[in-house]
Design a protein around this ligand. Structure first.
Ligand code: AMP
Ligand code: MG
Length: 344
């Protein structure tokens, strides 16, 4: 369900009116909320029509990419028999192909074949857990995973698995892809400035209403103080965090980020990883990959892959928070200079 919050039309009195239209929409998709702010100095767009187009697009993507939707393409693929091409949409192929690239470039940290394991740990559609699953369940579900067991075909678009039970979970990348598809829709409709956010993954295009960069508060661990605010223009930023989704049992915290080597939720001190990239899909996938790797390896990976990365992790004494920004991040987000007033 979605609501049009505001539609502002500023008409200048002249023969051919100059129109500045600002639209805001919010709704729910992929298990979380989404929001769009868009403005255009050109022909006005019917807010109701745009609202319907956005809802339709996000609904379609959910029915393609979500393993929480029983008859989605991904759910059908997860149930399919091995060694048979399963026809899917170009959207699903694009996301799986990008997931394979990030998997290879992250040394296997990003792994979308962890579906059964994510579910075993209580973070999938199978339902929550109150305590850690028994080891035999972990090794059973973990044994089904493996990116090399997955094949993608572009034309006609299809997926194939080589083992029975292999299951996709695109939760670490699909929201970012959906952001990019919304951006493409708004561009097509003639908007010149817009901010699109789905489940915390954000992409900003052009300027904010009134001019200047968009300002986005980075997601941060709940007790880490004021959230850093960054200025964004023609960039995407995604944040992955262990605090986002977890359960506690016997004094141990289990998060939804799964280490594909140990088959367990990660246990390091990194609490949040933000990544900036040109597309929200890549930012989303890399943010999850950074969270899998933990603070030390994530730094190495960010430097090796020349990624714009910002990490928030517990300090060595476990008394507070430390942060680290890669050179590529600092180039995009210069630290505030004393006396600077920021954007016009
Ligand atoms: P995000 O919030 O984008 O970091 O995505 C987290 C989600 O990604 C989890 O809820 C799982 O569905 C999925 N996931 C967990 N571990 C991994 C992993 N190692 N590689 C890829 N996806 C993962
Ligand atoms: Mg992600």
């Amino acid at each position: 369900m979605m609501w049009v919050l505001a539609a502002v039309l500023l008409l200048q009195a002249c023969s051919r009116p100059v129109v500045t239209q600002e639209l805001r929409f919010v709704g729910h998709t992929m298990g979380g909320s989404w929001s769009v702010i868009a403005h255009s100095p050109y022909e006005p767009v019917d807010p109701k029509m745009l609202s319907e187009s956005l809802g339709e697009l996000l609904g379609t993507l959910d029915h393609r990419l979500s393993n929480w939707v029983d008859d989605s393409e991904v759910s059908r693929f997860n149930r399919a028999t091995p060694s048979t091409w399963v026809p899917v949409s170009a959207d699903t192929v694009a996301v799986v192909q990008a997931a394979m690239d990030v998997s290879a470039r992250s040394g296997g940290a990003f792994d979308v074949t962890l579906g059964p394991l994510v579910d075993t740990w209580g973070f999938g559609p199978g339902g929550r857990r109150a305590s850690a699953p028994p080891d035999r369940m972990v090794s059973g579900a973990g044994g089904l995973a493996g990116m090399t067991r997955l094949q993608v075909r572009q034309s006609p678009p299809a997926l194939m698995k080589s083992v029975r039970g292999l299951g996709l979970d695109l939760g670490g990348i699909a929201k970012g892809y959906a952001v990019d598809r919304v951006v493409a829709l708004l561009r097509q409709m003639g908007f010149t400035g817009y901010l699109v956010e789905i489940g915390g993954e954000v992409r900003a295009v052009g300027e904010r209403p009134g001019g200047g960069h968009w300002r986005v508060a980075l997601e941060s661990p709940p007790d880490s103080g004021a959230a850093p605010v960054i200025r964004l223009r023609d960039q995407a930023v995604a944040t992955s965090g262990t605090y986002r989704n977890f359960f506690e049992s016997d004094g141990q915290r289990y998060s939804h980020i799964i280490d594909p080597w140990h088959k367990y939720p990660v246990t390091h001190t990194l609490a949040a990883a933000s990544v900036m990239a040109e597309t929200a899909m890549l930012a989303d996938a890399w943010a999850t990959a950074m969270m899998v790797r933990g603070p030390e390896y994530a730094r190495d990976l960010a430097l090796e892959q020349q990624l714009a990365v910002f990490l928030q992790y517990r300090n060595a004494a476990d008394t507070g928070w430390d942060t680290w920004a890669s050179p590529a991040w600092e180039a995009l987000v210069p630290p505030p200079t004393p006396g600077a007033t920021g954007d016009p």
